[in-house]
Design a binder for this molecule. Structure first.
Ligand code: PLP
Length: 417
């Protein structure tokens, strides 16, 4: 019987296999037909500690028995209060307000609306948004608008709002980004710059240095432009530190978190904001409130999962595991880097990437579906971005599984290179 499900980012016409998953534990996904598949991309970058972490699973079960869901406009609950307090404690001091939503895309929509609301409520005519080339911030209309234009959003282009795109700070071209930002800021009309700090994910796992992030932040401060750090993918240890901004000593005005916020177990997101942004909405006038919500805002079960994740970060040596994974991957990547089919081997924290072929990254490269099938046949979940192969495993992955991933990549280089 064919399934009625329409899957995300899936071309059903290609007949991609859609495995039926029964359970997952640690770095392994198990299918109903008995296959054990290594999760080399953390189930779309969400699973940090590993699937089924016992503390997160227990927190979900306990919370489900107590309070499943409650309207969050004008109501609150302990798991949300705990998560908010702890997020404020572990993020830079100026971030004092926590707004809940339910996906990375919505956390970005919220940040953009807060930035525009901030200036509108202060009577300042700032509404332009600055973005980095190759950005990806999600698939809702606002999030797509601040992302790179391409095949993914061509059909929806008439709906997207205009933004100003700064060149990506590729190695050796960092100053061009800073110069473009300075020029864009000169007329004092931009409301905000949104960036993926240090690592542009879906745009091809592109890395840029902390000094550039810092310089962009400083320029925004100087010109009164709000700085939005989209840490949806880079947060929760992926880049080697808890947040990528930490490596640059950067304090954003707005910070988006999701994915690993619950350890990857439940859909939840937050947008953290400074007091200044909260204060510009604070009033006795209802017309100035922040007009955003969704039905499941701060769902208690998702918040309980996030509280358990925060406790794991507090009690367990997560950054040691991250450092260890970083070191082990470095060795594997070094072994591949000299292969003649490899271009641009690179690593930031727990993420490694390389281009197969002529060094140009192309999302619709014919290689992508062939590589996907190749890795699938070897029981490895790797989903190349075009001809860019990247690895982003959960932190619990063992040497044997890591060896199998890089062994399969080596084989793919020989086969397709
Ligand atoms: N922002 C970044 C940097 C992302 O990588 C993603 C997703 O990959 C998003 C936003 C969107 O998150 P979601 O898919 O949860 O809406």
């Amino acid at each position: 019987m064919t399934s009625p499900i329409w899957h995300p980012f899936t071309q059903h016409g290609l007949g991609e296999p859609i495995p039926l998953v029964s359970h997952a534990q640690g770095a392994a996904i198990h299918t109903v037909d008995g296959r054990r598949i290594i999760d080399a991309i953390s189930s779309w970058w969400v699973t940090t500690h590993g699937h089924g972490h016992p503390r997160i699973m227990a927190a979900i079960a306990e919370q489900a028995a107590r309070l499943d869901q409650i309207i969050f406009a004008g109501w609150t609950h302990e798991p949300a209060e705990t998560v908010a307090r702890e997020l404020v404690a572990i993020t830079p001091a100026p971030l004092t307000r926590v707004f809940f939503s339910d996906s990375g895309s919505t956390s970005v929509e919220v940040a953009l609306k807060m930035a525009l609301g901030h200036f509108a409520n202060r009577g300042e005519a700032r509404h332009r948004i600055l973005v980095l080339e190759h950005s990806y911030h999600g698939d809702t209309i606002g999030a797509m608008s601040v992302g790179a234009r391409g095949v993914f959003n061509r059909a929806y282009a008439p709906l997207l709002f205009d933004v100003e795109t700064l060149p990506f700070p590729a190695t050796g071209r960092e100053q061009a980004t800073i110069d473009a930002l300075e020029a864009a800021c000169r007329d004092d009309t931009p409301a905000a710059l949104i960036v993926e700090p240090l690592l542009s994910g879906a745009g091809g796992m592109l890395i840029y240095p902390p000094a550039t992030l810092r310089a962009m932040r400083d320029l925004c401060t100087r010109h009164g432009v709000l700085f939005i750090a989209d840490e949806v993918m880079t947060g929760w240890g992926r880049t080697g530190t808890l947040f990528a901004c930490d490596q640059a000593g950067v304090v954003p005005d707005l910070m988006c978190l999701s994915k690993g916020l619950t350890g990857g177990a439940m859909p939840l997101a937050v947008t953290l904001a400074t007091n200044a942004i909260f204060d510009s909405h604070w009033s006795e006038d209802r017309a100035r409130m922040f007009f955003h919500s969704s039905s499941y805002t701060a769902n208690p079960i998702a918040c309980a999962a996030a509280a358990a994740n925060l406790a794991i970060w507090r009690d367990e040596p997560v950054l040691d595991r991250v450092a260890d994974l970083e070191r082990r991957q470095r060795t594997h990547l070094a072994a591949l880097a000299s292969h003649p089919a490899v271009h641009g081997a690179r690593q930031l924290g727990t993420v490694t990437a390389l281009e197969l072929g002529d060094g140009t990254s192309r999302y619709l490269s014919d290689l992508a579906p062939r590589l996907l099938a190749f890795f699938h046949d070897r029981d490895i979940l790797l989903r190349p971005l075009g001809n860019t192969i990247y690895v982003m495993p959960p932190y619990c992955i063992d040497d044997a599984d890591l060896g199998l991933i890089y062994g399969a990549i080596a084989e793919a280089l020989d086969r397709f290179g």
